[in-house]
Design a protein around this ligand. Structure first.
Ligand code: IVH
Length: 670
């Protein structure tokens, strides 16, 4: 292909991919399969990488992230980012309407919208292209989080059509979908990490992450709710919102009643009542309704105070809270021994479900609430997976209730609990015989991402533990079919499947064995890093804290947890039993594979004679390196070919990043 043909191809692919993005994320009606989309995207990425002179910061390839922002630049808002005044009752809302009716005596039309519970964003567009995205900050200045916002697929990077003003700003809310929030927390539980409290904080925290590819992996979405432009788009808010839909923005769909015009207070209340009842069916959280005066001239006449516009107001839903009696506090013991206190309540109806239990998080939380058994407590349902106790109704407190005493021993095995300095939770240190820890750990060991033992499930593990047939995961490798058969509902075939599955797991690669051990803070990625770095269990066992700390992304907490695990004699014996059973205890060396590039973040730029770009990328991965998209201070190495862009070269030189050619690369991996 000639350069002109390449450029044309790149532009065509970008257009095609933007269209598909729009169909999928904004219109919710995909035209091609995910697989075909990936093929097109990969084709574009390869062409862009080989032809850096055609780079475009708004290419659909930016959706996957990769850019690292060290410090978010603080930038002044062109239009101050105001907040809304709140009302909490229908009377207050009526007062608002009366108040503004005095200032605008003629008839007013309103627009009712959902109040999305996320983080506010202001995105500016110039000549139809995404320019910058700012957080609200203090309202006059916000942080530039463009790289992160660009990974949110429902936000257009190039606008459709040609009817948009040259410059304008659009405001909206970025939030996390409930399904994605749930999945994120589930995977954190699996990795032994603390879960996130609610989708709102997770969304705003995610937007401030430094690595945009991490942002791309979280399910953020957006709705846009206001447009600022020097040249008016329409003469009212509602029509402007509908108009921006044509340019590719995701707007609240009127057909789902996410946005609706209202002529009077009765119609506003209709909307409020509908959503008060139905909000839990939404795939995201809302915390109220926003009511806006529709007409722009009327909006102008009403104006704004320093803090909020006078033409809009929010109606906050009452936090769904009920009061009920605390019958007792029980304790849950997690796989890692972490203790979670749980309030056992007199059953009560809350947000459509009967609630019997609510989370109390930890001992500090109970102390802060000054909770006592027998108290009437307020229970609230937020974004959390289970409801939480938010306070005590002191008016109903019986002064004879004794001060609450937190458990001193494990409810399952009676071992005295410990609480490490700086940690919020108590732990049961008895990893060896505390039943939920024993079966939890074995269940983790056999899970899909670890040893993936087919045929064996959580229930069978519990049966095996309860029958005394296994005490730890190494015992699995001594199990016989005859021992399995007497178990409840165990047929010949399923017993054989289990035995076969256990046998097959001996082929599982070392990094997954390491993950399966269930060492606190050693998740899938950490296990992989450690395995590839040390290569064998033998060397890992010998590694000192200092050596562990030299591995990329291994911090003090992980390193300490690791050395602590291996300092225990019983754990050493456990590992020996796994070695004897024949599990993989070293990284399998494949042909042509080394760790020559271990941990190096490498950018390839330009085109090469010896290798295609895909080959080069594969080689980098095979030799332990990591392919990254753009040059930053974190880049370790650039493999430069024909046609590396001058700006990239300059950036690399300014940052002092080493640049090598393909021959030097070949030597490195030889
Ligand atoms: S209008 C000048 N509409 O609520 C216009 N805000 O303090 C002011 N919010 O953090 C905002 N949904 O980000 C508007 N449909 C909606 C909204 C909404 C959520 C957020 C906004 C801000 C807070 C108001």
């Amino acid at each position: 292909m000639t350069k002109v043909e390449i450029q044309e191809k790149i532009l065509k692919l970008r257009l095609e991919l933007s269209e598909h993005n729009h169909s999928y994320y904004v219109l919710d009606s995909p035209v091609i399969s995910d697989y075909d989309f990936d093929l097109l995207l990969r084709e574009l990425q390869e062409l862009e990488n080989a032809n850096p002179e055609f780079a475009d910061p708004n290419s659909p390839s930016k959706r996957v992230g990769g850019e690292i922002t060290k410090n978010f630049e603080n930038v002044a808002h062109k239009y101050p980012m105001l907040s809304l005044s709140n009302t909490y009752s229908k009377e207050e809302l009526e007062d608002f309407i009366k108040r503004i009716s005095k200032m605008v005596p003629e008839e007013m039309e309103f627009v009712c919208e959902l109040k999305y519970d996320g983080a506010a964003i202001g995105i500016s567009y110039k000549n139809g292209a995404f320019e910058r995205a700012l957080t609200r900050g203090d309202g006059s200045k916000g942080d530039d989080i463009s790289a992160n916002v660009k990974t949110i697929s429902s936000i257009p990077l190039k606008l459709k059509g040609d009817s948009f003003p040259d410059e304008f700003e659009i405001r909206g809310e970025i939030f996390m979908l409930l399904e994605g929030f749930k999945k994120l927390n589930e995977s954190r539980i699996e990795e032994g990490l603390e879960t996130f409290a609610n989708p709102r904080n997770t969304a705003s925290g995610t937007l401030k992450m430094q690595d945009s590819s991490a942002v791309a992996s979280r399910s953020l979405d957006s709705f846009l709710y206001y447009v600022f432009s020097e040249n008016e788009i329409a003469d009212n808010h509602y029509d402007s919102i509908l108009k921006v839909k044509d340019w590719g923005f995701k707007i609240p769909p009127p057909e789902k009643r996410y946005i609706q015009k209202a002529k009077n207070i009765d119609e506003i209340f209709d909307f409020i009542n509908y959503w008060d009842e139905n909000r839990h069916k939404l795939p995201f959280e809302i915390d109220g309704i926003v009511i806006k005066v529709n007409d722009y001239i009327q909006q102008q006449r009403l104006g704004s105070t320093a803090k909020s516009p006078r033409w809009a107001i929010s109606y906050q839903f009452k936090a769904e809270e009920v009061s009920t009696q605390l019958e007792k506090v029980s304790y849950q013991v997690g796989r890692t021994g972490a203790i979670t206190p749980v309030a056992n309540l007199d059953p009560v109806l809350l947000a459509g479900t009967t609630v019997k239990r609510a989370s109390l998080h930890n001992a500090d939380q109970i102390e802060k609430l000054d909770l006592r058994v027998g108290d009437f407590v307020f229970v609230e349902k937020g974004g959390e997976i289970i409801p939480k106790v938010t306070g005590v109704d002191l008016s109903k407190r019986n002064p004879d209730f004794p001060i609450f005493q937190y458990a001193e021993t494990c409810p399952e095995c009676e071992t005295p609990l410990i609480r490490k300095e700086g940690e919020a939770k108590h732990y049961c240190p008895n990893t060896k015989t505390c039943p939920p820890q024993v079966s939890g750990l074995i269940q983790h060991f056999i899970s899909r991402k670890a040893m993936d033992i087919e045929g064996l499930g959580g229930e069978t593990v519990e049966l095996l533990v309860n029958a005394g047939l296994i005490k730890d995961y190494s015992d699995l490798y001594r199990l016989t079919k005859e021992e399995l058969l007497p178990l409840d509902r165990m047929a010949e075939k399923s017993a054989q499947n289990i035995i076969d599955g256990i046998e097959k797991s001996k082929e599982i690669p070392f990094q997954r064995v390491l993950f399966g051990l269930g060492i606190r803070y050693v998740g899938e990625t950490v296990a992989k890093k450690l395995a590839l770095h040390f290569e064998t269990m033998e060397r890992l066992l010998e590694a000192s804290l200092e050596e562990l700390l030299t591995v990329d992304e291994i911090g003090q907490r992980i390193a300490e947890s690791f050395t602590e695990f291996f300092s225990v004699e019983e754990n050493k014996q456990l590992i020996n039993r796994l070695i004897d059973a024949g599990l993989q205890m070293e990284v399998l060396k494949q042909e042509g594979v080394s760790s020559a590039l271990e941990g190096l973040k490498i950018v390839i730029s330009g085109s090469f004679e010896k290798y295609s770009r895909t080959e080069l990328k594969d080689l980098i991965e095979k030799h332990g390196g990591k392919n990254t998209g753009s040059v930053s201070a974190k880049t370790d190495l650039i493999v430069a070919g024909e046609g590396m862009g001058p700006s990239k070269r300059k950036k690399a030189e300014d940052l002092g990043v080493k640049i090598i050619d393909e021959n030097q690369f070949a030597e490195m991996i030889a």
